[in-house]
Design a protein around this ligand. Structure first.
Ligand SMILES: Nc1nc2c(ncn2[C@@H]2O[C@H](COP(=O)(O)OP(=O)(O)OP(=O)(O)O)[C@@H](O)[C@H]2O)c(=O)[nH]1
Length: 257
């Protein structure tokens, strides 16, 4: 258990958000000053914890007592599990127009700046787009590594790609789906934070379909291509030729190259 006065400090910042199949415990907003293009930009940051077990989810919903919830968390070794989060900019609940990005984690591209993909570029560019627009949210989806196959499997997929397989073939030959990502929890959080329409930053039709299928009010889509180099050319061409990513927008790769 934790002390009553400590729980009281967190009480206003913790809530439960019902999802389609889970309950999510949401913490935030937390002020997050971020270095972006030589300036410090203030985002509001939230993190969520999905509770998949139906009985535990019901307890969270029905007895959403902060003291009890937090008191149990230290026994769960949460560092061993991935938790996703969302960076919010501006008046996300109230503004008429807002941009959103569902960004799938890429340890190599986002953290190390690997040029084998365009993930690091897309992460930073979409944050800048949201700030330039004035309002928006970027979900950083931590259970999406390697399009949902995990980091270790992505490492094996990279080895197969060096032997000539493309991104899709490598995932399939390792016994995975080409794309195993699920957006449900992130959509629940976004819908909790904003009911008004959103514009999605993506080249991926499956992301748009997932949002629309959930009933989310998506009014538009903005493409985001760029940072093409000899290191990621084949990866980007494969996205268009095999994964069905839209071939439109500035910087889009030519699949015939
Ligand atoms: N399996 C696999 N995953 C990769 C590879 N390179 C990057 N990724 C992962 O791919 C995910 C990003 O997916 P992409 O298909 O590049 O782009 P997207 O998110 O579907 O579409 P956009 O919204 O347009 O960015 C991240 O989770 C990366 O970790 C790779 O070579 N193999």
């Amino acid at each position: 258990m934790i002390a009553h006065d400590i729980a009281a400090m967190l009480d206003d910042s913790i809530q439960t958000v019902a999802g389609s199949n889970t309950t999510n415990i949401l913490v935030g907003p937390i002020r997050l000053p971020v270095e972006l293009d030589g300036e410090t930009v203030l985002f509001q940051w939230y993190c969520w914890l999905p509770v998949h077990d139906p009985a535990a989810a019901r307890i969270c919903r029905e007895q959403a007592d902060t003291e009890q919830l937090i008191g149990r968390l230290s026994s769960f070794n949460l560092a061993e599990k991935q938790q996703s989060s969302v960076l919010v900019y501006g008046d996300f609940a109230g503004a008429e127009r807002a941009l959103i990005r569902m960004h799938s984690i890429c340890h190599t591209g986002d953290i190390f700046g690997s040029k084998r993909c365009d993930c690091g570029f897309q992460l930073h560019e979409s944050m800048k787009m949201i700030v330039r627009h004035g309002t928006g949210a970027l979900c950083y989806l931590a259970n999406h590594e390697g399009r949902g196959i995990g980091l270790f499997s992505k490492a094996m997929a990279y080895i197969l790609q060096e032997k000539g397989l493309d991104t899709v073939e490598a995932n399939l030959e390792l016994g995975f789906k080409d794309d195993a990502r699920n957006y449900d929890d992130a959509i629940s959080i976004l819908r909790f934070l904003r009911q008004k329409p959103v514009t999605l930053i993506t080249n991926n039709p499956k992301k748009l379909e997932a949002l629309k299928a959930s009933g989310m009010n998506v009014e538009d889509r903005i493409p985001l291509w760029g940072d093409i180099s000899p290191y990621n050319e084949k990866y980007l061409q494969t996205k268009v030729a095999r994964s069905g990513h839209w071939r439109s927008g500035a910087g889009c790769p030519n699949e015939d190259d």
